[in-house]
Design a protein around this ligand. Sequence first.
Ligand SMILES: [Fe+2]
Length: 163
Amino acid sequence: MGEHGHVTDGGDDNGSVPGAAHRHHAGLWSELAAREAALVTAVSAGEDHEPARRALVDFLRGEVFDHLQTEEMVLYNAARGAGEHALVAALELDHRSLLSLVEHIDQAATGLDAALSARALVMLFVLRMEKEETVLIPALNGAGVDVSVLIAGRREMLGPDED
Ligand SMILES: [Fe+2]
């Protein structure tokens, strides 16, 4: 974990997590953190926080939701196929909490409430990405599943530059 609890560097080198998938996680995290910081800054400066809240919620409901949905469709299904039902159940709880935090950010009555939920979401997101890279993908690899093949061509898992 780095300065902000960032997912660890690497990915290309550990022979487990496809490098492009790791870089996409890092990219999502940094875009998310920048939008959360903008919300916190607006709230603490007493400025209008609505543009920052909108930008954060739009990003979450766009790129982040696309990513989570594909994980469920591709990685969770493969993990179920490998008999990892308890692991999938635990990861589904994380996704449900992420979705509920997005609703909280969107519906919060005050900027402070929105900012607090945004902070919680960023921390949960980082932990969720780390679980995927350090627990889920190694479990799939261990079951003989080639994750690179599973996610090949999926921009929402690899980012726009790689397929
Ligand atoms: Fe992911």
